[in-house]
Each structure stands twice: as C-alpha cells, then as structure tokens.
Design a protein around this ligand. Structure first.
Ligand SMILES: [Zn+2]
Ligand SMILES: [Zn+2]
Length: 158
C-alpha cells in the first residue's frame, strides 16, 4: 500500500480535470477540446463564477465555443462533483471548484460591491458538532451566508 501523503505537501494524484474526463468516459460521453477548454478555464479562473462570466472567459481562449456548450459543460462538471453550485442573494447561479483547501468554507457577501469573500472557521465547525449532538443528528452540509458591507467599502476604497 502506498502511504497517504498529506494534501498540503503533495500534488493530488488525480486532478479535477482527470476526474471529469474519466466521468465523461464512464458515461460514454466524449472528451472534446471544447469541453476541455471550458473545464480548464473554470478550474483556473475566478471562483463563484456565473454561466455568463464563464462564457466570456472561455471566449477569450476559444472563440468558437457557444453559450449552450458552456452551460451544458458546467452542468456536467456539477453532476460529476467537480463544480459546486451556489445561490446567493442575487438569485443567479454561481459555480466554484469543489474540494481542495477551500473545502468547508462559508461566504460573506458585500451588499454594496457584491464581492464574495470566503472564510473558514473552526469555531463554527465545532458549533455545528455541538448542535448536531444536541439534536442527535448528523450534519451532511452547512449553508451559511453573511451579508453586510466589506472593509474596502466601509473605508471608501471601492
Ligand atoms: Zn464591498
Ligand atoms: Zn466559495
């Protein structure tokens, strides 16, 4: 057996792109260069990206990719677990890459500049566990969004 190497010190053996390709293959779906371009831009680009924003970013890499292809590929990325869909206050679906060191984070959304700031809190995680114990429940996920005015907006920098 290969010893488990801590995630922070080693590259993952399987990249999200590999996971996506294998998932497509298992379902008899083709790995196309367009799907690859879309997946690559998604995985390396801005987090919390909307379909429109991803479409605009993909266009710069591959101008022949259509909106419908971006939309469908994003659905596939979500289905295979590489992308996570989020719905914040503006109602628009936003997507971010799943897993990695950002796993288990929550979001602060600025109501003035619409910036989305990620944060992780061990105290919140511990609180979840306390509440779960009290309820006799097991928590599978947490959905927490904080809304307000970010520091830059408060200080007039944005
Ligand atoms: Zn702000
Ligand atoms: Zn996030």
């Amino acid at each position: 057996m290969t010893p488990v190497v801590s995630a922070s010190s080693a590259r993952p053996l399987t990249t999200p792109l590999d996971t996506f390709r294998r998932w497509l293959h298992e379902r008899g779906l083709k790995t196309t260069s367009q799907r690859d371009d879309i997946a690559r831009v998604f995985l390396t680009g801005n987090r919390h990206i909307s379909v429109e924003e991803l479409y605009a970013a993909v266009k710069k890499v591959n101008p022949r990719v259509g909106y419908a292809t971006v939309y469908r590929t994003l659905r596939l990325l979500k289905e295979c677990g590489v992308a996570v869909e989020r719905h914040f206050n503006d109602g628009e679906a936003r997507y971010e890459a799943a897993g990695g060191e950002k796993h288990g984070h929550d979001h602060f959304i600025c109501e003035r500049c619409a910036r989305i700031i990620e944060f992780a809190s061990a105290e919140l995680d511990a609180l979840d566990q306390r509440i779960a114990r009290k309820l006799g429940a097991v928590i599978s996920r947490r959905r927490l969004e904080l809304y307000g005015i970010c520091r830059e907006c408060r200080e007039g920098k944005r």
